[in-house]
Every structure is written in structure tokens, then in C-alpha cells.
Write a protein that binds this ligand. Sequence first.
Ligand SMILES: Cc1cc2nc3c(=O)[nH]c(=O)nc-3n(C[C@H](O)[C@H](O)[C@H](O)COP(=O)(O)OP(=O)(O)OC[C@H]3O[C@@H](n4cnc5c(N)ncnc54)[C@H](O)[C@@H]3O)c2cc1C
Length: 416
Amino acid sequence: MTAENREVKALIVGASVAGVRVARDLRRLGFDGQITMTSEEPYLPYDKPPLSKQYLAGLFDASRVSLLDATELDDLRIDLRLSSRAEALHARDKVVVDAAGAEIPYDVCVIATGASARPSPWGGDKRVHLLRTISDSDRLKAALAGSSKLGVIGGGLIGSEVAGTAAKGGAAVTVIDPLASPMARLVGDDVAGDFLAAHHRHGVTTRFGVGVETLSEDASGVDVNLSDGSKLRFDLVVVGIGASTNDGWLAGSGVDTGQGVECDRYGRVVGLDGVYAAGDVARWPRPPLWEPRRVEHWTNAVEQAATVAANIMRPTDPVGYDPVDYVWSDQHDLKLQLVGWPERSRLYCVIGRRDRVPPRYAALYADDQGVLNGAATVNWPRGLAECRRLVSERVPVPHAKQRLEALAVPSTPPAS
Ligand SMILES: Cc1cc2nc3c(=O)[nH]c(=O)nc-3n(C[C@H](O)[C@H](O)[C@H](O)COP(=O)(O)OP(=O)(O)OC[C@H]3O[C@@H](n4cnc5c(N)ncnc54)[C@H](O)[C@@H]3O)c2cc1C
């Protein structure tokens, strides 16, 4: 797209980190046309990672999670339509229709509608919470203030973060998960053991290796019946069992829905002309196997959005996306940072101080060819920066080990 884009209408559906980044980058790259951004929520765009951490703890107020304020909206000439839920996309007419029946025309459309917290399959009412939006976090914060016993169902990233925040605030927390340890799927059982230890060190009770069978809520609490026959009672429960894509509104538009919107390497939606998708809702081909895959991490949303904006501006010479996955999580006194694909690799060694409290180390993961395929660092941002570079260079894992050892304090022996 050239400087002659004054007549072009860009429509961004979804106003969170992916949508906002597309809009900002379009203007930065010289897009001079109309930008309309819609959101089903009534609030100005905000960021999500603090919602289970500093915002939930009361350390950040709403201004600290803001992604875009009224002045910036003005400066960037973005027509932001709040409480405007997209309900259909008519590809032939190049129009998106919202719940109020408004028809919003586009020349270029970006789908950035993200994901929603998976609802409790066991039911529940006021005492059973999900966490995805700022109003979820507000509601949970208020409920935690008047409660002492919290049950967290799901020991993944968000469940573990909520457990850490609530325990620090004085709640008696129990985490329940059918896996053997928290985040075992991401980092493997060995490293996951350190996150289990952190829960225990901070007074969190854990029930890993058992599932929830039923849940019943009454006026004073919630009973949770577990697969081993035991029953636990809480003042409130948080269900953190993953997310599902917000792509149902695209039914009938010509794309498959339910598993995220399939795109090519340039972010263009397969089967829809002039339509792109980015962030949690999008399924892009990505390494290591280049199969279309969704990734629900903040950095992915930002990087895909940047790629989409660049490719809207240069449609005839688009740039492909070749990412190294990255996610961070703060749990108790542990900062976890993951690069690459540890979940598809075997743990090769751990370098650093795993024995100290809190630990500080890098775990290196190798693929079948002995190439560094992923790394998890704990409380070691400098190690992470090095790991990130080494994973993208696809170095042999012994070489990576040497490089990390040179950065580290004395190493612990290989974990297995
Ligand atoms: C509590 C929490 C903590 C997190 N912590 C971390 C972390 O520590 N590290 C990390 O890497 N990632 C973290 N994440 C994940 C990260 O926040 C997401 O990957 C990121 O928000 C994805 O951005 P997105 O713009 O693609 O989608 P979303 O943030 O899901 O935003 C989508 C937007 O679209 C709107 N929308 C949905 N449907 C429609 C519709 N039909 N019409 C109009 N608007 C619609 C939604 O209301 C929302 O505003 C966390 C997520 C949560 C919920």
C-alpha cells in the first residue's frame, strides 16, 4: 500500500494488545486512511498480564494497565467503537455487522478478537470465578477481600499466578490439577517440581494428580468433590482451565471456526480476501513443524500484529513470520521465562543455582538431533537473553551449555 492510502478503510475487530498494536503500527508506517477499531467491551483498551498479578494484588490501578488513552486515540486518529460486538463478516460486501446491526465497511479487516476463559464445566454461580477480563479481575479482587479460603482449579500459568497473588494477600489457597505438577506440560516434570516447591514454600496446599468430579455452591461456600473421593470446601473458587477462541462470530463467513482462524505465514486469513488475523484467535504456520498453530502468549500477539501491519502496507512483497516462541510468568518468588519449544524436547541440563532459595537457573532442552530447541529460565533474565539468541541460532546443545556456564555461577549436574 502506498502513500495513496487516504481512501482506504482499515477495520480492526478486537481492541486488546494485538488490535492496538496493528493500529499503532499502521500509523507509524504511514497509513493515512481511516482506522476503525471495535471492541465488545465498554472499556478503553487494557493489557491482560497484570490482571492475575499486580492489578489483582491492588498494586496497579487501571491507568497502569491501559493500552491506549483518549489523547492517543485522538492523535492516532482511531475511531474506537466500544460495546460493539462483531456478529458477522460478509466477505463479498466487505462489511462487518455488529450486535446493534451497524454495518462497518472495510477494505482491509484485521481479526483480533482473542480468546475467552473456558467456562466451568462443573457449573457454579457467584462464588465461582473465571479470569480473562478486567471486570473478572475486579470481581475476583473484591471477592478475595472478604474470603479466607480459595480453591484454584487448574495449576497452569494463570491458576498458579492467581494462587501466588492470593496467598501473598493472606488467603489460604489450594491448587487442584490432574497433572502431577504445575505446568508439567510446558517444562516437564523435573523443572515443574520447582514450581510445586514454590507453592509449598508460600503456604499453598496442592492437590496435583486428582481431577474435579463435581462442584456445588450454596450461600456460604463451594464444595469441590475430587476424583480420589475427597471433598474440599472453599469460600470461592477460580477455574483456570484454558481458553477458547472468539471466532464463533465468523460462522458463515467462509472460514472454519472453533479452533482459531487459519492464516498463512503473512497473517492473511486463508479463504478471505483482504482479511488478516493476529493474536490469540489466529492460527499461523510456525516452527518447529510449520503447522498452523495457535499460541496464547502476549509476545506472540504483539509480533503477529506487527507483521500484519507491515504486510497491509506492502501487500505485494509481504514479510513472513518466523518466531521463536516466548512467554513469561510470575509465580510467588519465581520469574519463569520460556523460549522455543521445551514442550516438544527433552531436558538436557540445568545450569545455575537450582539449590538456592529462590532458585536461579536455565534449563536447556534438546531435540532428537541434539540441537537446542528450547529453554526455561527461572529468575535469570540475563540467561534468558542468551538462551533466546542460542535457540534462534539453533546451536548444538553442548555449545549452548558452555555459553550459559560462562554466564552462570557454578552449575548443578544434569538433571537426568
Ligand atoms: C489474566 C491473564 C494473565 C496473562 N499473563 C500473561 C503473561 O504473564 N505472559 C504472557 O505471555 N501472556 C499472558 N497472558 C496472555 C496474553 O494476555 C494474551 O496472549 C493476549 O492478551 C492476547 O491478545 P489478543 O489481542 O490476541 O486477544 P485478547 O487479549 O483476548 O483480546 C481480544 C479482544 O477482542 C474483544 N472481542 C472478542 N470478541 C469480540 C467480538 N465479537 N467483537 C468485538 N470485540 C471482540 C475482546 O473483548 C478483547 O478486548 C495472560 C492472559 C490473561 C487473561
